[in-house]
Ligand binder design. Structure first.
Ligand SMILES: [Zn+2]
Length: 465
């Protein structure tokens, strides 16, 4: 991806850091009692935004996350780059989309050629530690890179063994395996580490699995929400899913308390998000990695850092998970690597900007071996969304203002607005494809190349300023 890397580097060099300029942020955050805060990035796997109280859900699933949102800022419309765990986390860690990182293809991993958030922070002097659950963020998937310590906190592990793969399919663990939720493992590991005492500044990544299938929250959360008459499997699944959220929310409360007790909470940037949502027959299916409708790609995004992030903000502008990486770097005052596609959200978080104007959110999903989901890609703005089936080229347009649940999609020929949106869609898709072709295999260290035409397209579509 050398063309884009170098062009973006040039732009950052000229502009002093792209959209979120380092010089501006330095001037805006003088009250912070630290130069480089700690960073805690929490990814609650499979958590759709609209099942949290702070996103308007009727059930009381998330009292601690709601408090975190009140003390910090909440992005109402945060969009993941897909609906599968591995590629979505790759985008979060690298701030690039699938056509360039390539990890949405079967059996692909996070490759070494792209800088990752923990690695950049490690180079900046951070102690880095990760706690992962489930079976897609393993060291062999490429996710340990940049971490001083990377702990396996997966459910159903044998002592000293790798993760058993079939938990997602509700497999019964064997007699020598240890069943249990990942929350206690993560909390205990984090506590041990904090008691050393921790080297600061630190970056901690916490990946929580308990909301994910098979929806088996521990007591009393398994009966916390009504399951109807038990005959409707969706109603029952949703009640258990919500119970898993509440159980995880309690653990989030414990983590924050832990940081508070160790005296580091208010100098730690807390970021809470998810890699994708979950379907409960919103469009006739169950689970995720099947579609790109909002229930699969709209995720929570909450950030807290007293003295830097204005408390109580609810930011309406649509943002993307790829924007997390540059946001962290601007807050810790480090220049972003030239590879990244995201934009720092700090101007919205510290109140400098009410709205933040970003390119549409791109998401994609491939067909995996043994699955029958169609390959899809989508482009979403706050007003509209286009979803394309990559195999048949069939395109559906949704007017999200009139049809927020994406129930009444139309073919672009049926509406003038859809035809306009389609033209925008094609421009972005073409650019991402061209960048993928040009940069997909190039090394980060290659010499700069000039491509004014590609540069101009990146600029005109809003990827660089
Ligand atoms: Zn996931």
């Amino acid at each position: 991806m050398v063309v884009c890397l170098c062009l973006l580097a040039l732009v950052y060099a000229i502009s002093g850091g792209g959209q979120g300029r380092e010089t501006e942020s330095r001037g805006e955050a003088p009250s912070a009692p630290f130069r480089q805060p700690n960073v805690l990035l929490i990814s609650i796997d499979t958590l759709r935004a609209d099942h949290l109280g702070c996103y308007g859900y009727a059930r009381d699933t998330s009292p601690h996350i709601d408090t975190l949102a009140r003390e910090g800022a909440l992005f109402r419309w945060a969009i993941a780059s897909g609906s599968r765990t591995l590629p979505s986390h790759v985008a979060l860690f690298t701030s690039v989309y699938a056509p360039i990182h390539g990890a949405d293809l079967p059996n692909k991993r996070l490759e070494n050629r792209l800088p990752v958030l923990p690695g950049v922070l490690k180079d900046a002097g951070y102690a880095t530690l990760g706690f992962y659950s489930g079976h897609f963020l393993r060291p062999q998937d490429g996710f340990a890179r940049g971490f001083d310590h990377y702990y396996n906190c997966s459910t159903y592990v044998k002592p000293g063994d790798e993760v058993v793969h079939d938990v997602i399919f509700n497999r019964t663990p064997g007699p020598d395996e240890v069943p249990g939720s990942t929350n206690p493992l993560i909390l205990g590991s984090l506590e041990s580490w904090l008691e050393k005492p921790p080297q600061e500044p630190f970056f901690a990544f916490v990946h929580i699995w308990d909301v994910h299938m098979p929806y088996a929250p521990p007591s009393p959360y398994d009966k916390m929400f009504p399951q109807g008459d038990g005959l409707d499997p969706y109603e029952r699944a949703i009640a258990l899913y919500d119970g898993g959220i509440r159980a995880t929310d309690e653990m989030i409360g414990d983590v924050l308390e832990l940081l508070r007790n160790h005296g580091v909470l208010d100098r730690t940037l807390i970021i809470l998000t998810s890699d994708h949502g979950e379907e409960f027959s919103d469009h006739g299916q169950m689970g995720h990695a099947k579609t790109l409708f909002d229930e699969s790609i709209r995720v929570p995004l909450v950030m807290r850092l007293p003295g830097v992030i204005r408390p109580g903000l609810k930011i309406e502008s649509q943002v993307r998970l790829i924007d997390v990486f540059p946001t962290v770097l601007e807050i810790v005052r480090r220049p972003p690597p030239s590879s990244i596609f995201g934009v720092s959200l700090l101007p919205a978080l510290d109140g400098r900007k009410k709205d933040i104007d970003l390119p549409p959110a791109y998401s994609s999903l491939r067909t995996l071996p043994g699955r029958d989901n169609p390959p899809l890609r989508s482009l979403r703005t706050s007003r509209w969304k286009i979803i394309e089936r990559q195999d048949t080229k069939e395109i559906t347009f949704y007017d999200l203002t009139a049809d927020p649940k994406e129930q009444a999609g139309v073919a672009p020929r049926e509406s003038a607005r859809a035809r306009e949106a389609l033209a925008v869609f094609r421009e972005h898709i073409k650019l991402l494809d061209d960048l993928g072709d040009t940069e997909g295999v190039a090394a980060e260290t290659e010499a700069p190349e000039k491509d004014p035409e590609l540069m101009e397209r990146l600029r005109s579509l809003g990827y660089v300023k």
